[in-house]
Design a binder for this molecule. Structure first.
Ligand SMILES: [Zn+2]
Length: 693
């Protein structure tokens, strides 16, 4: 999903072994969905059938119950957990009071024809809200043995809500997401650290997304022939029914969800990402060297891009295509080839902004306004940022299928980090977000914006619905993880980090990792223990802030007073001492004593580099493990200190305040802090004070 920061921007106008994991060719295909559904645009309903086959992935557990998500019931009435948690608002969008959404299972039969509908019961695994109907369990007449399978024939009707949170209709625009009875994930013992096997099937929460198993989908969608349809996967068949409707068949393997859209007004823009002309041989070579992989391993494949655009956004067609290509190229080169043949990019209808900025397998929604059609507003990179971010979820969500309910940072945070890198690669650092009338703003700037000294009440590793207040979800799932990974990159270096991210993707493609798997991978590939880092920044609540407590550089005083000497006592008067000091200075023989106290203001410790610049000398660097609260540095040397600066390359992105990192002893007391970061700190404070983020 898109970042709160972006919405804010839019409304504003180490050496390591080259241990190559192979990209798996397919997922283990635990589920198979064969659906036949029809859209009734007048009733705003989708009705149809679902033949579901599920394979018990456990080698030991006999499973006697299935659990399904019925997400549309989140919009059924005001007693759902979703509405209670969100107050009927999400991402700045408000729920329509008169267009409820719901989903009914009208029949569920076993292959033997046993009707299971009477056995359906709503369950509430996350809270005690007995009124919530977003998860349903069904006891099976015959349990499924280890490795065995079951096939069910399900009939269902989905009433779409007016678009509010991700899904629904707006006039004759339809975004059909989270719309069918969808199995949760059966996690066998040991999977994601489980001590006993069981279903992982959370209720639909305001701040949570999705988690499902990989498999195959074949969906026949019937809609009035005047509608333009887009969906997950490849359109394999199209048939005009002779009654004013057309049936389109879409198929896709190795995905964990299926979404589709319908709108008669879409402008269809087609383009092809070419693995041979959109990437140069030099780029392939450079990436292969960076990653320690062969040229074959980094080779991409062609992708058919379809942009479904609103008619009044026609001038932005190429922007959408270019952004999609940038995503396919750079995410693919760095993390592993995008394996699907298609990508559909949807520009939602005006007034359906709630459907924008979302990710589904092979299908993303962006969002724009006619304002971005022309100069100067075309330089605000909202279209690019949202398209690349949502595309990034093809890697962190679709291909690496973390549990978004429980560990959202593994997709939103990884995506914030990697989207920043793509934006910087394509548009240049410091100007990724906008070049607007001379003002430039980079991704790192915007990510650092909300990391304030006050951000100490939550942790990254929380369940999505447990952040307090719930608005903190955005900062802890997107922004802070982006800074945590960016800071780690600053410490390990670009190549080491690139190899970690690559291996993470290769090893967990089509699988369900958890945070511990990432921590273990970093340790494995670096040969070091990074528990100290992740404990503080992902599991902990502290902030990171280093500053200069004091810095002085004074001539070593010539001693005054009474001194015992071989020839008897000698008295040096203060006047004589000062005179000798002046003589030494005139002869340029003064020795200066320089004392600097660096301080750790936050709870989080981190090794830092400190640069000392003495007169007439190049800056010299020392390192500090950053553990104690203060560290004193003392020098006696013939040069005076000009300035001192902690983390002079500004690699520690997690530092909540860069304006206090340096001290200049001559003239301006602040040092090497660009006006931009001072401005940023000011904005941070204004924004925090106003409670905007
Ligand atoms: Zn996202």
């Amino acid at each position: 999903m898109r970042r709160a920061v972006l919405v804010f921007a839019m409304t504003l106008l180490v050496a390591m072994p080259a241990l190559a994991d192979q990209l798996p060719a397919t997922s283990d295909r635990i589920v198979d969905y064969q659906m036949k559904v029809a859209l009734d645009p007048a009733k705003k309903q989708v009705a149809g059938t679902e033949r579901l086959t599920w394979r018990n992935p456990s080698m030991t557990d006999t499973v006697g119950e299935l659990q399904f998500h019925l997400y549309l019931n989140a919009f059924k009435n005001t007693t759902s957990t979703f509405v209670k948690e969100s107050g009927g608002q999400l991402r700045g969008d408000r729920m329509a009071g008169n267009a409820w959404g719901w989903i009914d299972i009208t029949s569920m039969k076993t292959a033997a024809g046993v009707e299971l509908k009477p056995a359906l019961r709503f369950i509430h695994p996350d809270d005690r809200n007995a009124d919530d109907q977003t998860v349903v369990a069904v006891a099976l007449p015959e349990p499924v043995p280890p490795g065995g399978s079951i096939t069910l024939d399900i009939a269902f009707t989905s009433q779409l809500p007016q678009v509010f949170a991700r899904t629904g209709f707006k006039d004759d625009f339809f975004m059909v997401g989270q719309w069918f009875p969808k199995l949760g994930v059966y996690e066998p013992t040991g999977m994601r650290g489980r001590e006993a096997g069981g279903w992982n099937c959370h209720q639909f929460h305001a701040n949570s997304e999705f988690y499902a198993d990989y498999g195959t989908y074949r969906v026949e969608i019937t809609a009035p022939s005047t509608y333009i349809i887009g969906a997950t996967g490849v359109r394999t068949h199209e048939h005009t029914n002779g009654n004013g409707t057309t049936t389109y068949t879409y198929e896709q393997a190795d995905v964990h969800d299926f979404v589709w859209t319908a709108d008669p007004d879409y402008v269809v823009v087609k383009a092809t990402f070419s693995a041979t002309t959109d990437v140069t041989p030099q780029e392939y070579q450079r990436i292969a060297a960076l990653l320690g992989r062969s040229l074959d391993e980094v080779k991409l494949s062609d992708v058919e891009i379809t942009v479904l655009l609103q008619p009044d956004h026609r001038p932005q067609a190429q922007r959408h295509v270019d952004a999609a290509k940038a995503g396919i190229k750079w995410f693919g080169l760095w993390y592993g080839r995008y394996p699907y043949k298609t990508l559909t990019v949807v520009d939602p209808a005006p007034g359906a902004g709630g459907a924008g900025g979302m990710e589904y397998p092979t299908f993303i929604t962006a969002g724009s306004t006619w304002l971005f059609n022309a100069w100067p507003f075309d330089r605000i990179r909202a279209v690019e940022a949202v398209t690349i971010h949502e595309f990034g979820h093809q890697f962190w969500y679709a291909l690496v299928g973390n549990n978004e309910f429980e560990e959202a940072w593994l997709d939103e945070g990884f995506n914030t980090y990697s989207t920043t890198k793509v934006m910087e690669t394509v548009y240049g650092r410091d100007r990724t977000m906008m070049e607007f009338l001379g003002i430039t703003l980079g991704e790192d700037d915007t990510n650092r914006l909300s990391n304030t000294p006050n951000a100490t009440f939550n942790r990254i590793l929380s369940k999505a619905w447990e952040y307090t207040p719930s608005g903190e979800y955005g900062f802890y799932s997107y922004t802070k993880p982006g800074l945590v990974l960016g800071t780690l990159e600053g410490y390990l270096g670009k190549q080491a980090m690139a190899r970690i991210m690559r291996t993470w993707h290769e090893r967990w493609r089509f699988k369900h990792p958890r945070s511990e798997d990432f921590f273990a991978l970093v340790d494995e590939l670096t040969g070091q223990d990074f528990g100290w880092y992740f404990d503080q920044t992902v599991r902990g609540t502290g902030i990171l802030d280093y500053d200069i407590g004091s810095a002085t550089s004074m001539p070593v005083p010539v001693p005054a007073g009474v001194f015992d000497q071989a020839g008897g006592r000698k008295t040096v008067t203060p006047e004589e001492a000062r005179k000798r000091e002046a003589e030494a200075e005139a002869a340029k023989k003064t020795v200066y004593v320089t004392t600097v106290v660096a301080r750790r203001r936050g709870e989080v410790y981190f090794p830092v580099t400190i640069a000392f610049k003495f007169e007439g000398k190049p800056a010299e660097r020392q390192t500090w493990d950053g553990r104690d609260r203060t560290k004193r540095f003392r020098f006696e040397r013939p040069e005076k200190l000009e300035w001192v600066d902690i983390d002079p390359d500004r690699r520690v992105l997690l530092d909540v305040n860069w304006t206090n990192n340096g001290r200049r002893l001559t003239s301006d007391r602040r040092v090497s802090t660009s006006w931009a970061s001072r401005w940023l700190f000011l904005v941070q404070h204004v924004v925090t004070t106003l409670g905007l983020l």
